[in-house]
Design a protein around this ligand. Structure first.
Ligand code: UT7
Length: 330
């Protein structure tokens, strides 16, 4: 027992939309095939949020309600909600504000964080700091993206990768050494050239021309991003182990961002982890950007044991990347 306050994860919630988009569906939409997608990415199907007017906040809301139910708390008890997303309902206000209204979290202050695929690690570290400061008792951090809103379904290089979903965790103070123990986060804006959306921001506001030129979709130079991702995710994960005097043997689970199975395999290999210790659901959900890591925690929650050491690792647009060490609290 120490007096140091850490931020323990005390509940996990998730939401994936029911509609599936399989590799075979994509074969009918673009020049691709199931075999190519499976071997190059590991993806078999993804979920798509369908329905008039449905947005990212409509996935955040059920994910947060799910964790409230599991923890037996009322949304009114939430002090703060942070949503990592690159597909907000609107440019403003924040999706977190809208989600709080939808679930009746009237006592929470709330805001979004834009860190692409690292969105969950950024919000987790931020939320943990709020708990560690001693000022807040219940902070919810969420990763959520409706990637189908910004994917060009005639571009085979990007439309096969992305899917929609949301995952959230509740953070509460702990004095027994459980929770978020360390985090290394990085960013490098020179990576913007390889992964971005060209228009719709203050640089190139929306015009008829930007719409005609398909500039409101994800632009990605896949091979370049792949090279940076393999190195970035593996380097930072190895550095996190080293500075905490841990080896792969001390780690129960790697919880990697699900962008490409080959990037995940490289990171696990570098950390000296066998495949059984790696959470992998990319085959079912594809790359849900900020939602991949909390969705893994959500799916594996029943297999996690109190005291398990987890390394969460991500790389994505920005570039942003990082790795976080978590000691599981329940
Ligand atoms: O989560 C955010 C961060 N993003 C990432 O981490 C993504 C990192 N990048 C990747 O995962 C991979 O680069 C991709 C999955 C996007 C692409 O895989 P790749 O192995 O890098 O393929 P490539 O772009 O080098 O393309 C190889 C070939 C090309 O044909 P040629 O020029 O060799 O004849 C492409 O035109 O595969 C072709 N190709 C496809 N073929 C069938 C590209 N997309 C497809 C497709 N189906 N969907």
């Amino acid at each position: 027992m120490s007096n140091k306050i850490t931020a323990a994860i005390t509940a996990v919630g998730g939401f994936v939309p029911p509609d599936k988009l399989t590799n075979f569906d994509l074969e009918k939409m673009v020049e691709t095939n199931d075999e190519w997608i499976r071997t190059r990415t590991g993806i078999e199907e993804r979920r798509i949020l369908k329905g008039e007017g449905l947005a990212t906040s409509d996935m955040v809301a059920p994910a947060v309600l799910d964790l409230c139910r599991k923890r037996g708390i009322d949304p009114l008890e939430i002090d703060c909600l942070i949503v990592g997303t690159v597909t907000p309902d609107m440019v403003f206000p924040a999706t977190a504000n809208i989600a709080c209204d939808k679930i009746g979290a009237k006592n929470a202050w709330s805001f979004d964080v834009s860190a692409a695929c690292s969105g969950f690690l950024y919000t987790l570290t931020l939320g943990a700091s709020l708990i560690e400061s001693g000022r807040y008792k219940k902070v919810v951090v969420c990763g959520a993206d409706k990637m189908s809103a910004i994917v060009d379904y005639s571009d085979r290089a990007t439309c096969i990768i992305f899917g929609d979903g949301a995952g959230a965790v509740l953070l509460e103070p702990n004095t027994e050494g459980y929770g978020v123990l360390d985090s290394i986060l990085r960013s490098d804006g020179s990576g913007c050239q390889y992964l971005h959306m060209k228009a719709g921001g203050s640089k190139n506001p929306a015009t008829v021309e930007t719409v005609m030129a398909k500039e409101h979709f994800v632009y990605q130079e896949g091979q370049a991003v792949f090279k940076f991702a393999v190195k970035g995710m593996a380097d930072v994960s190895a550095e996190l182990l080293e500075r905490n005097n841990l080896t792969g043997d001390d780690i129960a689970w790697l919880v990697p961002h699900q962008a490409n199975k080959r990037i995940i395999d490289a990171t696990a290999h570098r950390m000296g982890l066998s495949p059984e210790k790696v959470m992998l659901n990319i085959q079912r959900y594809g790359n849900t950007t900020a939602a991949t890591i909390p969705l893994c925690l959500w799916e594996w929650e029943n297999q996690l044991k109190k005291g398990d050491n987890l390394v969460l690792a991500a790389f994505g647009g920005g570039f942003t990347w990082g790795a976080t060490l978590v000691k599981w609290a329940y």
